[in-house]
Design a binder for this molecule. Structure first.
Ligand SMILES: Nc1ncnc2c1ncn2[C@@H]1O[C@H](COP(=O)(O)OP(=O)(O)OP(=O)(O)O)[C@@H](O)[C@H]1O
Ligand SMILES: [Mg+2]
Length: 281
């Protein structure tokens, strides 16, 4: 078995490249561009890959257009995605045609229509819709274990056995709840607490304050993996940027838990990597 760090080498390198190209896009000739749109509760991320599936541009914006995986501000969501698309097209000097999108597991019948409409209304040809943890695994390439995406609004889990997803669940607990706890504990308003929480300098101080909320997430994981043969847990999603979250989860669930260097962009990169030229839905 590969050591955890070695396992994340490719993923970490890809994320480094992505973070670079959000600041300095790579303008080059590519026959085709693949775009991933991650319309999250806390953050909208757009990733552009070239024909070799390497990141060439990207952008992210905190926005309040989705709640618990449901689009609550349709017009706002379309506007944000369209503006991000246009801005990236300008930087790259090309039109972005194809896009993939993801939905929290279990919401397919409820909301995938709305997510699809947002991406299409923003001007993309939507070629693929998949669930979030499965998208994340397009980058992690886990064969056995659980991939857990703790985003802003929800925690999505997919369990893999021999490379095949055997179970997916999504429950409404995520970073927004963490922010509310920070706000309450430090007497800050939501926005202040959100910024305070994201600053790694504050993570050591916040970990004990957030431990019960992390354990709530860990309890969701524990219930989901019960009865499955899960030997490793992989954390992704912005909330897992919290320093030390993996140790609290590991201790509570009792299964070795790992995360890449920057877990926030794994799912958006996986969505883009899953984008195709032909429609697969
Ligand atoms: N450095 C950080 N430390 C702690 N939390 C962070 C950090 N960076 C981002 N977050 C949190 O991550 C969350 C956003 O993560 P992400 O972008 O994965 O969520 P999302 O995709 O918008 O939500 P969801 O998947 O639930 O719809 C927010 O709650 C944000 O506060
Ligand atoms: Mg997400």
């Amino acid at each position: 078995m590969k050591a955890a760090d070695e396992r994340f080498q490719e993923c970490d390198a890809l994320i480094d490249t992505f973070e670079n190209v959000t600041k300095h896009p790579i303008v080059e000739q590519s026959r085709v561009y693949y775009t991933g749109v991650d319309l999250g509760t806390a953050c909208v991320v757009v990733v552009v890959l070239n024909e070799q599936f390497q990141p060439v541009a990207g952008a992210y914006q905190y926005a309040d257009v989705v709640r618990d995986g449901m689009v609550v501000d349709y017009i706002g969501a379309v506007r944000i995605v369209r503006e991000m698309k246009e801005s990236l097209e300008k930087k790259l000097g090309t039109e972005l045609l194809y896009a993939a999108a993801a939905i929290p597991p279990g919401t397919a019948s409820l909301d995938s229509g709305v997510i699809k409409n947002v991406v299409q209304a923003a001007g993309f040809e939507l070629t693929r819709v998949l669930d979030e943890p499965t998208a994340a695994n397009a980058i992690l390439n886990i064969k056995n274990g659980a991939v857990v995406d703790v985003g802003g609004g929800t925690t999505g889990i997919s369990i893999l056995k021999d490379g095949v997803v055997t179970e997916v669940i999504d429950e409404p607990t995520g970073g927004t709840h963490f922010t509310l706890v920070v706000a309450g504990a430090l007497h800050l308003d939501f926005e202040e607490a959100e910024h305070y929480k994201r600053d790694p300098k504050h993570h050591k101080e916040l970990l004990p304050v957030l431990k019960p909320t992390i354990e709530k997430v860990a309890d969701i994981i524990k219930r989901c993996v019960a009865g499955h043969d899960v030997e490793e847990i992989y954390l992704v999603g912005g909330t897992c940027c919290l320093t030390g979250i993996e140790n609290v989860v590991e201790k509570y669930v009792g299964i070795p838990t790992y995360k890449p260097k920057n877990p926030m962009f794994v799912t958006p990169l996986g969505i883009a990597k899953s984008c195709t030229k032909e429609i697969i839905m």
